[in-house]
Design a binder for this molecule. Sequence first.
Ligand SMILES: *Cc1c(COP(=O)(O)O)cnc(C)c1O
Length: 451
Amino acid sequence: MTMSAIKFFSTNGQSERVDFRGALLMGQAPDKGLYMPEEIPEIPRSLIEQFSKMSYPQIAFEVIKPYLGDLVSDSDLKAMLMDAYDYDVPVERVYDEKYVLRLDRGPTCSFKDFAARAMGRLVQHFLRAEGRSILILTATSGDTGSAVAHAFYGLDNVKVVVLFPEKEVTDRQRRQMTTLGKNIFPLAVQGKFDDCQALVKQAFVDPELSALNLSSANSINIGRLLPQAVYYFYAHSRASPKGGRIVFSVPSGNFGDLMGGLLAMKMGLPTRRFVVATNENDEFPRLMETGIYEPIRPSKNCISNAMNVGHPSNLARLFSLYGGQMDETGHVGRQPDMEAMRKDLYAAAVTDEETRQTIKEAYRQHKVLLEPHGAVAWAGLLKYLKQCGDWSPCVSLETADPAKFPDEIVRATGINPPLPEAMSRLDELEESFERMDGRYASLKEYLKRFL
Ligand SMILES: *Cc1c(COP(=O)(O)O)cnc(C)c1O
């Protein structure tokens, strides 16, 4: 039996529709929009109820398969997912039926491993079949770069150039990118994450670079988004095995993580509400309050550094999901259905002060070790429960290992978080990377080497 693959349209509405393979290898649509599935497949309730007895890779197969149709055989897809998800995904009880979902057990100890590892394998699968090669150009606020670099490390038909803001990543985050070598090329940019992202976007539409076959591995790539729907199903199956509706709290920067959750909801996952927790880059909470979108430029430096995003790319997708339209600059072409958005989403901005206090209190009261991103989510959840009444079950996403932020954790708890195996050798390895000023001409010069 053949299954027709779902088509993906661009949120800017000017590009042709493509299948998953096209969207994956292209990253951003030619009109600078983001790809969205034209229809969202529904997972039958009876299947969702069986998830509590299934492993993570098995659930991943059921969630991702409907988007691929016949583009990948069942056996290949299963093998890729088994290989990608060979680590633990703890659903840790904090109190009552309030849980923390630990998405930090992959090779780079951040939730970005979930997306990058599936994407890397899918890209390799398609390229191998075609004998093609590509250059992945990606901007990182700290964790994307290392997750992507690890996921693509050593593949012979892919090169990876990672731009990171030199002064905004921690030593360990940098080392996770700069100690690999081979096909991984890290670039330290004098500027902010938003600058890195703008440079990347400009390169994508530069005709003089088209021979490079540039592709993106940012959360704007649909190949990263779909795998991020999976852990919501997984967490629900563990925290709510009887199938009841659940509250998720999502620490949000570029809003890729949240979009994964909303896709899961549209696919039929029983959810009550999503808490969208941001740091002091509160453009989204303000939008929810006022209906007016104003990017924060420049973005603010908060301790949850992977969330220092003043204009989240994935808002274009969020708007699209609620009937609105936003272009890549943040210009709103059509207002989304704010009422529907407010029904599904509860936005909360969390200050650095509150983040530190939350790390401290979660440890003191519950002996749970959170790092700044997970603490933003937990603080957002507590605000929600206080304002909207208690609800169970709730799952708050913890997106990085506390050992990535030892200074903050020690200060708040007195505990020096144990270094996970995957990070324990970083300090001994030699680093290799180049520095670049924030001008596009410099990036272009650098990329031309690969032509
Ligand atoms: C990237 C990142 C986030 C934010 O995720 P988005 O998909 O960009 O909203 C949160 N926490 C950590 C640790 C991250 O690396």
